[in-house]
Design a protein around this ligand. Structure first.
Ligand code: HEM
Ligand code: HEM
Length: 185
């Protein structure tokens, strides 16, 4: 089958695939970076990693909007026919929540930074304005939200990745393959 940029009724196009895998990498890197930076003792490196974490996070926020728009102008390949109703509900629910968390994760981070009244500069290229007035209370709320959303994300990713592997290795259907590049089947 031809690989196309847009989705078809049978598989994800290269546009959706690129966004999916680029964002998956970026999100996992942000998570790792987040934990390393908060535990490092105060240093120039710690400062640099914070800046990198925030730049990457704001880039991911931009990408999720692009991804939602791309999804809107594309067909979504339907789930395999053999899936029972409760599995469809679970898969769709997980996907919706993943989108919600891809928004909430960087937005809560953005609010931490704004409420701390810290300048935000994406990769030293674009200056982003602060969203909120300076407030220690708001900063604490956003910080708790950032951490809470992170753990929700971990649980959903276990479900999501577990589901993908189950489709591939147990049900042996096309679900994982149609999110991978290559023209096979
Ligand atoms: C997909 C995007 C993001 C992910 C997955 C992510 C993940 C994390 C993780 C795992 C931590 C360490 C745990 C914690 O202390 O909460 C953290 C901390 C932090 N993140 Fe993010 N983050 C993202 C985006 C952002 C953005 C866009 C900003 C700011 C513009 C930001 C600002 C911070 C700050 C300031 C901390 C230090 C802890 C705190 O003040 O509460 N994050 N992030
Ligand atoms: C941070 C990591 C990840 C996030 C946020 C994420 C998010 C998502 C979302 C939201 C969808 C639904 C797409 C849509 O309906 O528009 C999706 C689809 C998919 N994801 Fe992920 N994903 C991640 C990592 C992974 C990994 C590691 C795997 C494989 C082991 C994977 C396998 C898949 C597959 C196979 C689909 C297509 C499902 C279908 O065809 O119905 N994802 N992902």
């Amino acid at each position: 089958m031809m690989v196309t940029v847009k989705n078809t009724a049978r598989r994800w196009g290269s546009g959706a695939q690129l966004l999916h895998w680029l964002m998956a990498l970026g999100i996992l890197a942000s998570m790792g970076l987040g934990w390393v930076m908060v535990y490092l003792p105060s240093s120039a490196l710690k400062f640099e990693l914070y800046a990198l974490h925030k730049s990457l996070g704001i880039t991911l926020l931009g990408l999720v909007f692009l991804r939602l728009a791309w999804r809107w102008v594309n067909v979504t390949p339907p789930l395999p026919d053999h899936l029972p109703r409760h599995e469809r509900v679970l898969a769709k629910g997980t996907h919706r929540l993943l989108y919600a968390l891809m928004l909430l994760m960087p937005l809560s981070g953005y609010v931490i930074n704004s409420a701390a009244n810290f300048p935000l500069n994406v990769f030293g290229l674009v200056q982003i304005p602060n969203l909120t007035p300076e407030s220690a209370t708001l900063q604490a709320i956003a910080s708790n939200l950032h951490l809470g959303v992170f753990w929700g994300f971990v649980v959903l990713l276990i479900l999501h990745i577990g589901g993908a592997l189950r489709h591939h290795f147990v049900l042996r259907d096309n679900t994982l393959r149609r999110m991978l590049p290559g023209a096979r089947r």
